[in-house]
Design a protein around this ligand. Structure first.
Ligand code: ZN
Length: 292
Protein backbone atom coordinates (compact mmCIF):
# COMPACT_ATOMS: atom_id res chain seq x y z
CA UNK A 1 0.00 0.00 0.00
CA UNK A 2 1.07 3.57 -0.47
CA UNK A 3 0.65 5.85 2.51
CA UNK A 4 2.19 9.11 3.74
CA UNK A 5 5.46 8.83 5.64
CA UNK A 6 5.19 8.79 9.42
CA UNK A 7 6.66 11.78 11.30
CA UNK A 8 10.28 11.01 12.13
CA UNK A 9 11.31 11.14 15.79
CA UNK A 10 14.65 12.91 15.53
CA UNK A 11 17.35 12.42 18.19
CA UNK A 12 16.88 14.22 21.53
CA UNK A 13 16.95 17.98 21.15
CA UNK A 14 16.62 17.79 17.37
CA UNK A 15 13.68 19.37 15.56
CA UNK A 16 14.60 18.75 11.92
CA UNK A 17 17.45 17.41 9.79
CA UNK A 18 19.48 18.70 6.87
CA UNK A 19 22.04 17.07 4.64
CA UNK A 20 24.42 18.50 2.04
CA UNK A 21 24.92 16.27 -0.98
CA UNK A 22 27.55 17.00 -3.62
CA UNK A 23 27.14 15.08 -6.87
CA UNK A 24 30.62 14.68 -8.37
CA UNK A 25 29.44 14.30 -11.95
CA UNK A 26 32.49 15.95 -13.57
CA UNK A 27 33.02 14.70 -17.15
CA UNK A 28 30.78 11.63 -16.81
CA UNK A 29 27.48 13.45 -17.20
CA UNK A 30 28.55 14.91 -20.57
CA UNK A 31 30.11 11.67 -21.82
CA UNK A 32 26.79 9.92 -21.19
CA UNK A 33 24.44 12.43 -22.77
CA UNK A 34 26.77 13.37 -25.63
CA UNK A 35 29.68 10.93 -26.19
CA UNK A 36 30.93 12.99 -29.14
CA UNK A 37 31.89 15.74 -26.67
CA UNK A 38 34.82 13.63 -25.47
CA UNK A 39 36.97 15.43 -28.06
CA UNK A 40 35.74 18.94 -27.13
CA UNK A 41 38.42 20.32 -24.85
CA UNK A 42 36.51 23.38 -23.66
CA UNK A 43 33.45 21.29 -22.80
CA UNK A 44 35.60 18.81 -20.87
CA UNK A 45 37.31 21.69 -19.06
CA UNK A 46 33.90 23.04 -18.03
CA UNK A 47 33.25 19.72 -16.27
CA UNK A 48 36.79 19.40 -14.89
CA UNK A 49 36.15 22.67 -13.03
CA UNK A 50 34.40 20.53 -10.42
CA UNK A 51 37.30 18.33 -9.34
CA UNK A 52 40.02 20.91 -10.07
CA UNK A 53 38.56 24.15 -8.71
CA UNK A 54 35.15 23.58 -7.11
CA UNK A 55 36.03 20.66 -4.87
CA UNK A 56 38.93 22.34 -3.00
CA UNK A 57 36.61 25.28 -2.24
CA UNK A 58 33.81 23.01 -1.08
CA UNK A 59 36.12 20.97 1.14
CA UNK A 60 37.56 24.17 2.61
CA UNK A 61 34.06 25.51 3.34
CA UNK A 62 33.04 22.27 5.06
CA UNK A 63 36.26 22.16 7.11
CA UNK A 64 35.87 25.80 8.16
CA UNK A 65 32.26 25.21 9.22
CA UNK A 66 32.97 21.83 10.82
CA UNK A 67 30.37 20.12 8.64
CA UNK A 68 30.41 16.58 7.23
CA UNK A 69 28.66 16.02 3.91
CA UNK A 70 27.89 13.26 1.43
CA UNK A 71 29.68 13.07 -1.93
CA UNK A 72 27.71 11.06 -4.48
CA UNK A 73 30.35 9.92 -6.96
CA UNK A 74 30.14 8.12 -10.31
CA UNK A 75 32.67 5.30 -10.61
CA UNK A 76 34.23 7.04 -13.61
CA UNK A 77 34.97 10.17 -11.55
CA UNK A 78 36.53 8.01 -8.83
CA UNK A 79 38.84 6.32 -11.33
CA UNK A 80 39.79 9.62 -12.98
CA UNK A 81 40.40 11.53 -9.72
CA UNK A 82 41.39 8.86 -7.17
CA UNK A 83 43.47 11.19 -4.99
CA UNK A 84 40.53 13.57 -4.68
CA UNK A 85 38.23 10.73 -3.62
CA UNK A 86 40.69 9.60 -0.99
CA UNK A 87 40.98 13.18 0.27
CA UNK A 88 37.18 13.38 0.63
CA UNK A 89 37.27 10.11 2.59
CA UNK A 90 40.21 11.22 4.74
CA UNK A 91 38.48 14.47 5.65
CA UNK A 92 35.64 12.46 7.19
CA UNK A 93 32.94 12.81 4.56
CA UNK A 94 30.68 10.10 3.25
CA UNK A 95 31.21 8.78 -0.28
CA UNK A 96 28.10 7.30 -1.90
CA UNK A 97 27.27 5.66 -5.22
CA UNK A 98 26.15 7.75 -8.22
CA UNK A 99 26.29 5.35 -11.16
CA UNK A 100 29.34 4.50 -13.22
CA UNK A 101 29.23 6.96 -16.13
CA UNK A 102 26.23 8.88 -14.76
CA UNK A 103 23.90 6.67 -16.80
CA UNK A 104 20.18 7.27 -16.99
CA UNK A 105 18.37 3.97 -16.44
CA UNK A 106 15.35 5.04 -18.47
CA UNK A 107 14.78 2.21 -20.94
CA UNK A 108 17.42 -0.06 -19.36
CA UNK A 109 16.67 -3.68 -18.45
CA UNK A 110 17.14 -4.73 -14.81
CA UNK A 111 20.23 -6.67 -15.93
CA UNK A 112 21.75 -3.56 -17.53
CA UNK A 113 20.94 -1.49 -14.45
CA UNK A 114 22.49 -4.15 -12.18
CA UNK A 115 25.68 -4.14 -14.29
CA UNK A 116 25.88 -0.34 -14.02
CA UNK A 117 25.46 -0.45 -10.22
CA UNK A 118 28.08 -3.20 -9.90
CA UNK A 119 30.59 -1.36 -12.05
CA UNK A 120 30.16 1.81 -9.98
CA UNK A 121 30.50 -0.16 -6.72
CA UNK A 122 33.65 -1.85 -7.92
CA UNK A 123 35.26 1.48 -8.87
CA UNK A 124 34.41 3.17 -5.56
CA UNK A 125 35.60 0.23 -3.48
CA UNK A 126 38.85 -0.02 -5.44
CA UNK A 127 39.67 3.67 -5.00
CA UNK A 128 38.50 4.25 -1.43
CA UNK A 129 38.76 0.76 0.06
CA UNK A 130 35.24 1.17 1.40
CA UNK A 131 31.86 -0.06 0.21
CA UNK A 132 29.28 2.75 0.05
CA UNK A 133 25.95 2.33 1.88
CA UNK A 134 24.11 5.07 -0.01
CA UNK A 135 22.91 5.45 -3.58
CA UNK A 136 21.69 8.42 -5.59
CA UNK A 137 20.52 7.58 -9.09
CA UNK A 138 22.17 9.64 -11.84
CA UNK A 139 19.64 12.24 -12.97
CA UNK A 140 17.41 10.86 -10.16
CA UNK A 141 16.18 8.38 -12.74
CA UNK A 142 15.13 5.06 -11.19
CA UNK A 143 13.04 2.05 -12.20
CA UNK A 144 10.74 -0.15 -10.18
CA UNK A 145 13.65 -2.62 -10.10
CA UNK A 146 16.09 -0.15 -8.51
CA UNK A 147 15.20 -0.67 -4.81
CA UNK A 148 15.51 -4.46 -5.08
CA UNK A 149 18.85 -4.22 -6.91
CA UNK A 150 20.15 -1.94 -4.14
CA UNK A 151 18.91 -4.30 -1.40
CA UNK A 152 20.58 -7.25 -3.13
CA UNK A 153 23.87 -5.35 -2.82
CA UNK A 154 23.46 -4.40 0.84
CA UNK A 155 22.70 -0.70 0.46
CA UNK A 156 21.18 1.02 3.51
CA UNK A 157 19.57 3.94 1.74
CA UNK A 158 18.60 5.59 -1.52
CA UNK A 159 18.21 9.32 -2.16
CA UNK A 160 16.45 9.68 -5.52
CA UNK A 161 12.68 9.76 -4.92
CA UNK A 162 10.49 12.83 -4.63
CA UNK A 163 7.34 12.02 -2.67
CA UNK A 164 7.92 14.08 0.49
CA UNK A 165 10.39 15.78 2.81
CA UNK A 166 10.48 13.02 5.44
CA UNK A 167 12.81 10.02 5.19
CA UNK A 168 11.00 6.68 5.36
CA UNK A 169 11.43 2.93 4.99
CA UNK A 170 10.55 1.49 1.60
CA UNK A 171 9.72 -2.23 1.95
CA UNK A 172 9.87 -4.91 -0.68
CA UNK A 173 6.60 -6.59 0.31
CA UNK A 174 3.80 -6.60 2.87
CA UNK A 175 5.16 -9.50 4.96
CA UNK A 176 6.71 -8.65 8.36
CA UNK A 177 10.20 -9.77 7.39
CA UNK A 178 10.27 -7.93 4.05
CA UNK A 179 13.57 -6.20 3.30
CA UNK A 180 13.49 -2.41 3.25
CA UNK A 181 15.60 0.52 2.15
CA UNK A 182 15.70 3.92 3.84
CA UNK A 183 14.65 6.63 1.39
CA UNK A 184 15.86 10.23 1.83
CA UNK A 185 13.75 12.20 -0.66
CA UNK A 186 15.05 14.98 -2.89
CA UNK A 187 13.56 17.60 -5.21
CA UNK A 188 14.58 19.62 -8.27
CA UNK A 189 13.94 22.85 -6.33
CA UNK A 190 16.73 21.93 -3.91
CA UNK A 191 19.26 21.28 -6.68
CA UNK A 192 21.76 23.78 -8.10
CA UNK A 193 21.38 22.25 -11.59
CA UNK A 194 18.15 24.12 -12.25
CA UNK A 195 19.77 27.39 -11.15
CA UNK A 196 23.16 27.28 -12.78
CA UNK A 197 23.61 24.52 -15.40
CA UNK A 198 24.32 26.01 -18.82
CA UNK A 199 26.46 24.20 -21.35
CA UNK A 200 25.49 25.16 -24.91
CA UNK A 201 24.40 22.26 -27.12
CA UNK A 202 24.82 19.82 -24.22
CA UNK A 203 22.45 20.70 -21.37
CA UNK A 204 20.89 23.51 -19.37
CA UNK A 205 18.07 25.94 -19.78
CA UNK A 206 20.11 28.75 -21.32
CA UNK A 207 19.55 30.82 -18.19
CA UNK A 208 22.14 31.28 -15.44
CA UNK A 209 20.49 32.43 -12.23
CA UNK A 210 21.77 34.88 -9.65
CA UNK A 211 23.23 33.09 -6.59
CA UNK A 212 21.11 35.46 -4.45
CA UNK A 213 17.99 33.97 -6.04
CA UNK A 214 19.17 30.40 -5.38
CA UNK A 215 20.01 31.32 -1.79
CA UNK A 216 16.62 32.95 -1.34
CA UNK A 217 14.75 29.86 -2.62
CA UNK A 218 16.78 27.42 -0.57
CA UNK A 219 16.57 29.57 2.60
CA UNK A 220 12.78 29.68 2.33
CA UNK A 221 12.55 25.88 2.02
CA UNK A 222 15.10 25.41 4.80
CA UNK A 223 12.99 27.54 7.19
CA UNK A 224 9.76 25.78 6.22
CA UNK A 225 11.18 22.24 6.43
CA UNK A 226 12.78 23.11 9.79
CA UNK A 227 9.39 24.28 11.06
CA UNK A 228 7.73 21.11 9.77
CA UNK A 229 10.32 18.75 11.30
CA UNK A 230 11.38 17.38 7.91
CA UNK A 231 14.72 16.71 6.24
CA UNK A 232 16.23 19.41 4.02
CA UNK A 233 18.29 17.52 1.41
CA UNK A 234 20.25 19.94 -0.76
CA UNK A 235 22.03 18.80 -3.91
CA UNK A 236 25.00 20.71 -5.32
CA UNK A 237 27.47 19.96 -8.08
CA UNK A 238 31.09 21.05 -7.63
CA UNK A 239 31.36 22.19 -11.27
CA UNK A 240 28.34 24.46 -10.70
CA UNK A 241 28.32 25.60 -7.06
CA UNK A 242 32.11 25.72 -6.73
CA UNK A 243 32.20 29.06 -8.58
CA UNK A 244 33.17 32.15 -6.53
CA UNK A 245 29.86 33.92 -5.89
CA UNK A 246 27.93 30.66 -5.67
CA UNK A 247 30.22 29.13 -3.03
CA UNK A 248 29.77 32.29 -0.97
CA UNK A 249 25.99 31.94 -1.23
CA UNK A 250 26.29 28.30 -0.15
CA UNK A 251 28.46 29.34 2.78
CA UNK A 252 25.74 31.75 3.90
CA UNK A 253 23.15 28.98 3.66
CA UNK A 254 25.32 26.70 5.82
CA UNK A 255 25.65 29.56 8.32
CA UNK A 256 21.85 29.82 8.41
CA UNK A 257 21.61 26.08 9.03
CA UNK A 258 24.03 26.33 11.91
CA UNK A 259 21.98 29.13 13.49
CA UNK A 260 18.63 27.30 13.33
CA UNK A 261 17.78 25.79 16.74
CA UNK A 262 17.66 22.01 16.80
CA UNK A 263 18.72 21.50 13.18
CA UNK A 264 20.79 18.33 12.74
CA UNK A 265 23.17 18.82 9.80
CA UNK A 266 24.66 15.42 8.98
CA UNK A 267 25.78 13.17 6.15
CA UNK A 268 22.93 11.22 4.59
CA UNK A 269 24.24 7.93 6.01
CA UNK A 270 23.94 9.21 9.60
CA UNK A 271 20.34 10.25 8.93
CA UNK A 272 19.63 6.89 7.30
CA UNK A 273 21.09 4.97 10.26
CA UNK A 274 18.89 7.01 12.62
CA UNK A 275 15.79 6.35 10.52
CA UNK A 276 16.63 2.63 10.45
CA UNK A 277 16.86 2.63 14.27
CA UNK A 278 13.27 3.91 14.55
CA UNK A 279 11.81 0.69 13.09
CA UNK A 280 9.17 2.69 11.23
CA UNK A 281 6.22 0.97 9.59
CA UNK A 282 7.42 0.83 5.98
CA UNK A 283 5.77 1.74 2.75
CA UNK A 284 5.63 -1.07 0.24
CA UNK A 285 7.53 -0.65 -3.03
CA UNK A 286 5.35 1.24 -5.44
CA UNK A 287 4.08 -0.70 -8.41
CA UNK A 288 4.11 0.77 -11.90
CA UNK A 289 1.37 3.36 -12.17
CA UNK A 290 -1.33 2.08 -14.49
CA UNK A 291 -4.15 4.19 -15.81
CA UNK A 292 -6.95 1.78 -16.71
ZN1 ZN B 1 24.65 13.59 -10.99
Amino acid sequence: MTRPAEPVAWPAGIQAAATLGFDMDAESVVLTVQPSSASRLSVMSHQAYGPLTGMPRILALLARRGVRATFFCPGFTAERYPDLLRRVRDEGHEIAHHGYLHESVAGMSAEQEAAMIDRGLEALEKVTGERPVGYRAPMWETTYATPGLLLDRGFLYDSSLMDGELPYELAEGEQDDARSLVEIPVHWALDDWEQYAYLPEVFGSGLIEDPEKALSMWSADLAAIHEDGGCFALTNHPFLSGRPARIRALDRLVAQMQELPGLWLAPAEDIAHHVRSLELAPRVFPQPVVND
